[in-house]
Design a protein around this ligand. Structure first.
Ligand code: M6R
Length: 594
């Protein structure tokens, strides 16, 4: 969703801020803007545009800037307009602000402090800038900003410029991520490590309720009462720096191909040389002590949870339930007191999950976050976190994070339980099978052309964990190809959806479970006898004749191989349609609003 970047140092602020914004493009946005201190004109200048960063670049006519802040906006409150794009300024122009997050009490603030102000936009951010102006009438700038911050309810990551001091940028954070990096020639800040990647050697992820003063030679950190805070910078992660597309035409394709390497990386991280699982004891003990496991997640991460459920139930012999986070937050079911909550989130920032976490913490339940981003809010706020080591996932359509989540959760369930399953060997064989399969990716492209050309509806069917994969496969296909797709439990077809099958309707059938393969074959016959066109994707032990046959694997882990052709089907379908594969319309990578 929205992204922010700031820089203060030599005359490269324009380049560094725009580069940072481009690195955040993957998160999704519909307008962008920058505020720059123009070194030649010795004045602040603001440029905003609807649309892409390339559109913004065309209107910027500042050559060199010593300081800059920038923003990509994904509209939530207020339309996609130039007026609503950030930065926003206070009435007298003194404060220039970019903001991620949502100020819940902005109406109340407006009527209490800004009654006489004429506002230019529909945003809560303009209220923040004006609040600083109100307090700055009587207070030194730092105190004025802090007084403003203390009155905000909701979430914010803010970068603030003050026209009266071009040598300083202020930063503040509450419940929206913000990082500050020590740059090679100045200080850089951003809402995502990606924005800092090429410009900083080390960084600090700000804590809630902190406030920083950035200067070209470093930064000072304070609490909201002005008390100075110590901090230690963390070295920049090498994998973040290396995150470009390489030889691949799209991040999604690159990320699909990275899956075998990531599975091996996960095995290195969580098993020892004797193939024994290696997780912190405290995490394993929390799982062992719990009577029931609740998995909370959204979208693809929720689908990984559906795969993890039978793994936890089989390997730990504890009941496991999966909940859609946006539902759980508001319609909480009855919960046993010995429940453990596992929150799965690639980004670690999903607002629906943060709402659940706040509630669970208030009620005292143990929480464990499984995430790709160790600096994320969910990683920091849960009792414990386990990293999935997938490396930055840039494409909005999640692929490698899904398989990394399943692999880590499988190892975790295995470590907490007492089964004799050779988990390390299984996952290592799966990495090999995926590698082998990816060598024939072109054949999938051919299947896509013959199955989906000119189609606007499609179905995925499967039973058991094949159904869980069908849900993920269908989400993937619809989200980037915009072909309406449903994932169905194969046995449910005849209870209604069969009515939609007609001559040529494309149906992808997933078959990897020995116990239900024959049942799924019956569903296929029902579809074919009504003219539906079925493409089977299965493991060679149970679906020898499958159009796309994958190597045999443990049935509980079959989703790890089965999902790969489905990811490629989505990719090639979107490619054929000429869609923006890495940045599908209307979607954001990290969904930070409920
Ligand atoms: O960052 P999270 O894993 O919490 O995100 C959850 C969903 O928003 C995400 O998986 C979404 O469904 C993907 N775009 C699907 O490809």
């Amino acid at each position: 969703m929205c992204g922010i970047v700031g820089y203060l140092g030599n005359g490269n602020a324009k380049e560094i801020v725009l580069d940072g914004l481009e690195r955040l493009e993957y998160r999704g946005y519909d307008s962008a803007g920058v505020g720059l201190f123009d070194s030649e004109r010795k004045t602040y200048r603001i440029f905003k545009e609807k649309g892409r960063i390339d559109d913004l670049k065309r209107v910027i006519n500042t050559e060199s800037a010593a300081a800059g802040i920038g923003h990509t906006r994904w509209a939530t409150h207020g339309k996609v307009t130039k007026e609503n794009a950030h930065p926003h300024t206070s009435r007298n122009g003194r404060f220039i602000v970019v903001h991620n997050g949502v100020v819940d009490n902005f109406r109340a603030l407006r009527s209490e402090y800004l009654d006489a102000f004429r506002l230019e936009s529909e945003t809560d951010t303009e209220i923040i800038a004006n609040l600083f102006e109100v307090f700055a009438a009587a207070l030194p700038v730092q105190d004025a900003i802090r007084e403003g911050l203390k009155r905000l309810e909701g979430s914010y990551a803010l970068l603030i410029m003050d026209r009266e001091d071009s040598g300083t940028v202020y930063a503040a954070k509450h419940k929206s991520p913000l990082l500050i990096g020590s740059a090679h020639s100045g200080v850089v800040a951003g809402s995502d490590l990606m924005a800092l990647a090429d410009h900083a050697d080390a960084y600090l992820a700000l804590e809630d309720g902190t406030f920083a003063e950035l200067r070209p030679d470093g930064f000072s950190l304070y609490d909201l009462n002005g008390g100075a805070l110590d901090y230690t910078l963390r070295e920049m992660d090498a994998e973040v720096v290396e995150s470009d597309k390489g030889a691949y035409p799209h991040y999604m394709l690159k990320e699909i191909h990275e899956q075998p390497i990531i599975l091996r990386r996960i095995l290195d991280a969580y098993t020892d040389e004797e193939e024994r699982p290696d997780f912190p004891n405290s995490v394993l003990e929390t799982i062992r002590k719990s009577g029931r496991i609740h998995i909370l997640a959204a979208g693809t991460s929720m689908h990984a949870g559906l795969v993890a459920k039978p793994l936890f139930e089989t390997l730990t012999e504890k009941p496991a339930e999966v909940h859609v986070a946006s539902e759980f937050a508001h319609h909480t079911p009855l919960i046993d007191s010995d429940s453990l909550f596992i929150l799965i989130s690639q980004s670690g920032e999903t607002a629906d999950l943060r709402a659940c976490l706040n509630r669970l913490k208030d009620e005292g339940y143990p929480t464990l976050t499984v995430t790709n981003v160790r600096t994320s809010t969910l990683a920091r706020e849960a009792d414990a976190f386990v990293e999935i080591h997938a490396g930055p996932e840039i494409a909005v359509a999640s692929t490698k994070a899904y398989s990394a989540q399943i692999a880590v959760l499988s190892l975790l369930a295995h470590a907490a339980g007492a089964s004799g399953m050779p988990m390390k060997r299984e996952i290592s064989n799966i990495a090999q099978s995926i590698e082998k399969f990816l060598e024939q990716a072109d054949a999938v492209h051919d299947h896509v052309k013959s199955m989906l050309e000119g189609k606007s509806h499609a179905f995925y069917i499967g039973r058991g964990v094949d159904h869980a994969v069908a849900l993920e496969a269908s989400l993937k296909l619809k989200e980037i190809s915009y072909i309406h797709t449903e994932g169905l439990a194969a046995g449910e077809l005849k209870h209604g959806t069969l009515a939609l099958i007609e001559e040529g309707t494309p149906v992808f059938a997933l078959i990897s479970q020995p116990s239900t393969a024959l049942h799924t074959q019956s569903s296929i016959s029902e579809i074919e006898s009504r003219g539906g066109r079925v493409l089977t994707i299965g493991t060679e032990d149970v679906a020898e004749e499958a159009h796309i046959a994958l190597r045999k694997t443990h049935p509980l882990l079959a989703p790890l191989v089965l999902v790969v052709p489905a990811q490629l089907i989505a990719y090639y379908a979107a490619l054929e349609l000429g869609n923006d594969i890495d940045k599908p319309r209307n979607l954001a990578k990290s969904v930070t609003v409920e």
